[in-house]
Design a protein around this ligand. Structure first.
Ligand code: NAI
Length: 456
């Protein structure tokens, strides 16, 4: 048979494409080589949140005295945390599989390779069979960047060095954990393993952690981490990994830090190797598949969504990109906008941002004002965050008086940011936001407080 759509890759971009296309009445084949749910569900976003929630509960108990609760003999049972994580992953993966079954999506668990075209469509080989699809959606995701740093390859092979994949399954907590890269993965794992008892050192090449995050917010996060005992080596480039240590360069000087285990988290890159893209002429640029704002590649009928197009490697970006692509496949006009995609770091405290920050707004020549407010202006925040140092920053376009960016550090930020994203997406003006009723008491009210603070 000829499928209406063949989807390669069963992560957030791929499984959602299959679901949406199935809902749209198309015959769909989904091919996945490892596991349905991809990195996000199995070894990324979801399992890391399960670990971080256990760490948060631990802190709740350990810091309980501030709130009138005293707990004795608190223990983080790492093995039990990992077991629970497996249960969480299993529940969600089972849910996706059953939805795919309900939508009559055919699922093949094998490695797919595009082999060319026939008169009926694109041909894809998997598990010894050849399948044909009128349209193709490539959602093969990304893999961790493994730099040519001496010792990294050997360390990965011996298990001394881990990526996001292995670290979520460690059965024991290393005494000394060195994390290479102070980005999202590095920070989230530093947070968990520090709570679980490791002595954590983060070695970061830049002079700040959390990549493109607002500098002030990144400094507050760092101060919180340092208070918890995490050591940061900023402006330090890793030059080697040997058994038992990580070597790095600091201001031209060679230094080293002892490690029982190392996490390599210096970014991810699009995965396209061995996919057979050349057999149908799909264009790539520095390893990423080039697409337009509908997810379409240079070849009519071939789409690429999620990390593989390398635009913004986030699961929720993948969801929307895939919906845009499937809508276009179904004949509904839709296109992708990237200006209001929120980003969250699920540390404790959480960091969440959307839209322009001061640097990007300046670079674009936007005339803007910044309102900065302590989270202490929110009653709920005060009630729940003894000694909290969270802030919110709201960027407002001076000319049109609309919100162009919101940046927060403080708990529940991850759950509040979508409201801010709606404001940025709809170019909501300050006067319109003043008419919105926020639930009281809630930390979300900090946005309302910030807007009323604006006197521009
Ligand atoms: P990242 O790009 O967030 O951070 C990598 C960091 O490593 C950067 O700060 C970089 O300066 C540093 N670095 C690079 N080479 C280095 C070297 N030789 N020595 C020292 N530092 C070096 O990448 P990360 O954390 O690996 O995450 C990968 C992807 O996963 C990201 O694209 C992210 O969007 C996604 N992700 C998102 C999450 C979320 O949204 N909460 C959670 C986890 C992952």
């Amino acid at each position: 048979m000829v499928y209406d759509l063949i989807v390669i890759g069963g992560g957030p971009a791929g499984y959602l494409a299959a679901e949406r296309a199935g809902e749209g009445g198309l015959s769909v084949l989904l091919i996945e080589k490892r596991f349905i749910g991809g990195v996000c569900l199995n070894e990324g976003c979801v399992p890391s949140k399960a670990l971080l929630y256990s760490a948060k509960l631990y802190h709740g108990a350990a810091d309980g005295a501030k709130y009138g609760i005293t707990v004795k003999d608190i223990k983080l049972d790492h093995k039990a945390v990992i077991e629970r994580k497996k249960k969480v992953v299993n529940t969600l993966v089972t849910g996706i599989k059953s939805k795919l079954r309900k939508l009559k999506v055919t699922v093949v668990m094998a490695e797919a390779k595009i082999t060319g075209r026939s008169s009926e469509g694109f041909t894809v080989a998997a598990g010894g069979e050849t399948y044909t699809g009128s349209k193709l959606l490539i959602a093969t995701g990304s893999v961790p960047v493994t730099p040519p740093i001496p010792g990294v390859k050997e360390g990965l092979a011996s298990g001394f060095v881990a990526t996001n994949r292995e670290i979520l399954d460690w059965e024991t907590v290393p005494e000394k954990l060195v994390i290479i890269g102070g980005g999202v993965i590095g920070l989230e794992m530093a947070s968990y393993y520090n709570t679980a008892g490791s002595k954590v050192t983060v070695v970061e090449m830049l002079d700040k952690i959390a990549g493109p995050t607002d500098r002030e917010i990144s400094e507050i996060l760092k101060a919180n981490y340092e208070k918890a005992g995490i050591v940061f080596k900023l402006g330090c480039k890793v030059t080697g990994v040997t058994d038992g240590k990580v070597l790095y360069e600091e201001a031209g000087k060679q230094c080293e830090v002892a490690a029982d285990k190392v996490l390599l988290s210096i970014g991810r890159r699009a995965f396209t190797e061995g996919l057979g893209l050349e057999t149908i002429g799909v264009e790539t640029e520095r390893g990423k598949i080039k697409t337009d704002d509908t997810g379409l590649t240079n070849i009519a009928g071939v789409y690429a969504t999620g990390d593989v197009n390398g635009v913004l490697m986030l699961a929720h970006t993948a969801y929307r990109e895939t919906e845009v692509a499937v809508n276009n496949i179904l004949g509904k006009k839709d296109h992708m906008r990237y200006n209001s995609i929120p980003s969250v770091i699920y540390t404790n405290p959480e960091v969440a941002c959307v839209g322009e920050n001061e640097e990007t707004a300046k670079a674009k020549g936007i005339d803007f004002d910044v309102v900065k407010l302590s989270m202490m202006y929110s009653g709920r925040y005060v009630a729940e965050n003894e000694g909290g140092d969270g802030i919110i920053k709201i960027l407002i376009n001076k000319k049109f008086k609309n919100v162009i960016g919101v940046h927060m550090i403080g708990n529940y930020s991850s759950e509040i940011i979508y409201g801010a994203a709606m404001m940025v997406e709809t170019e909501m003006r300050v006067d319109d936001i003043k008419q919105i009723v926020f639930p009281h008491p809630s930390v979300s009210e900090i946005i309302r407080e910030g807007i009323f603070e604006y006197k521009g």
